[in-house]
Design a protein around this ligand. Structure first.
Ligand SMILES: [Zn+2]
Length: 193
């Protein structure tokens, strides 16, 4: 499940960790992908406690394609968390489409006020459950700390525990040091006659 050298990064609190793990089902650096078939998708969503009720017709390639689109839209959304940037329009469209298919509905909860909850079953409902976890994290203030590593070849999702919320890399030991070494080599090259 955890791939690459960046697997040691900090987990997110509570169920937000499920969202982080979902984004990390693709290890960008190695190309290793846990969601390679509809069956693998259903197994993952089941293990993450996101599937409820009847899964209806056997999930197909279109369900897998939608799940992967949601994953990559979430990755773009986490990249935007670095600067507090707006969510890119394409990602917003994918996530709102998924929310519509899941029939995400404002639901009064016993302790946490109104929260989005999926009314649909199956894969659509499970993807809605992930988006509901995003909504919960936005409400409790933890969402802005979930980010993807700024190293383009990495893009591993990590939880930024730094006090200033200024974390850029999945891990200082891996990607942070790589970036520092590149900057150092660049400066040395400039100063060499
Ligand atoms: Zn990284």
């Amino acid at each position: 499940m955890l791939g690459g050298m960046s697997g040691a990064s900090t987990p997110a609190p509570g169920r937000l960790e499920t969202v982080r793990r979902f984004v990390n089902t693709l290890d960008v650096e190695t190309g290793s992908d846990a969601l390679t078939s509809p069956g693998a998708l259903v197994a993952w969503l089941g293990a993450a406690d996101l599937l409820s009720g009847d899964t209806g017709d056997a999930p197909g390639r279109d369900d897998l394609a939608r799940a992967v689109a949601v994953r990559e839209a979430l990755r773009q959304t986490l990249a935007a968390n670095h600067g507090g940037d707006p969510i890119p329009a394409a990602a917003l469209a994918v996530l709102n489409d998924a929310a519509g298919r899941a029939r995400l509905t404002a639901t009064l909860t016993a302790r946490d006020g109104w929260r989005p909850r999926p009314a649909a079953d199956g894969v659509d409902g499970a993807l809605g459950g992930l988006l509901a976890l995003v909504g919960d994290a936005m409400a409790d203030g933890t969402w802005a700390r979930l980010k993807v590593c700024v190293n383009d070849t990495c893009q591993w999702a990590f939880y930024d525990e730094s006090r200033a919320r200024s974390g850029k890399w999945c891990s200082m030991q891996v990607c942070g040091n790589r970036a520092k070494q590149r900057a150092w080599r660049g400066r040395r090259a400039e100063s060499t006659p």
